[in-house]
Write a protein that binds this ligand. Structure first.
Ligand SMILES: Cc1cc2nc3c(=O)[nH]c(=O)nc-3n(C[C@H](O)[C@H](O)[C@H](O)COP(=O)(O)OP(=O)(O)OC[C@H]3O[C@@H](n4cnc5c(N)ncnc54)[C@H](O)[C@@H]3O)c2cc1C
Length: 213
């Protein structure tokens, strides 16, 4: 996709930062564990954080079958989903030209319920792979009861937009004489040293050893 897939995904504000290609969208999704899902019901408009992962052309979420959110989304409610990564604070010469560097995505559509236990299990394995490759072979798998109590949903990624800002501040010509420090204060989400649970003496698997690499 090189152009917006629908009128509502057409980025109008600073359109030069828009990206509609799958590579950019997938990279933004794959770099996150979280999304925020907005939906509207009889009690108003809500926006809730959820864990998420991507397999192919779908974004997946899971939750309890007792959850209002999951029940409503499984019923085909319209949603808008936001994912964002903050890469830096951008400091300009004037207060109103300060900005942020970021990568963000907005997805629209309706979730579909994963119907069979086998497909649910496959989807949940993909989630475990996202957490750590190989982990699904070490942790106890979900029981039939656990899978039965879980709703797994997926949404196609065909109505989405990405927006990316990078680089230095953009000052007005008339402000260039102002003697203030300008530039970017970068921000990264960092992997730090894993903390083994007290009393757990199992040798560290590769994904733990490599966590900070
Ligand atoms: C970390 C972060 C901080 C931000 N802080 C501010 C702020 O303080 N003030 C501010 O005005 N804006 C901020 N933005 C940008 C903001 O998300 C909007 O893009 C901007 O406000 C324009 O909104 P709009 O409704 O006029 O956009 P329009 O361009 O009219 O939006 C049209 C459509 O484009 C898509 N779209 C819009 N924004 C995004 C996006 N960020 N990512 C993916 N798709 C998008 C959606 O589908 C939307 O419906 C921030 C973005 C991020 C990621």
């Amino acid at each position: 996709m090189s152009t917006a897939s629908s009128p509502r995904t057409k980025i109008r504000r600073i359109p030069e930062n828009a990206a509609y290609d799958r590579e950019t969208l997938y990279a933004i999704i794959d770099a996150t564990y979280l999304c925020h899902i907005a939906f509207h019901d009889d009690n108003g408009t809500h926006c809730l954080p959820m864990a998420c992962w991507r397999t192919g052309e779908y974004l997946y979420i899971h939750g309890s079958n007792g959850s209002r959110l999951m029940k409503q989304l499984a019923g085909g409610l319209e949603v808008s989903i936001a994912i964002s990564h903050l890469d830096g604070l951008v400091l300009a010469r004037s207060a109103f030209n300060h900005s942020m560097n970021y990568r963000s995505a907005v997805i629209y559509g309706q979730f579909q319920k994963i119907a069979t236990e086998a497909d649910k299990s496959t989807a949940m394995d993909a989630f475990m792979d996202k957490i750590a490759i190989g982990r699904k072979n070490e942790a106890r798998g979900g029981s039939q009861q656990e899978l039965g109590a879980t709703i797994v949903l997926r949404i196609p990624l065909n109505e989405a937009a990405a927006k990316v800002r990078s680089g230095p501040p953009i000052d007005d010509e008339k402000d260039l004489h102002i003697q203030a420090w300008t530039g970017v204060l970068p921000i990264v989400a960092q992997h730090v040293t894993p903390i083994a649970e007290a009393g757990n003496d199992v040798a560290e698997p590769e994904y733990v050893l490599l966590w900070t690499k």
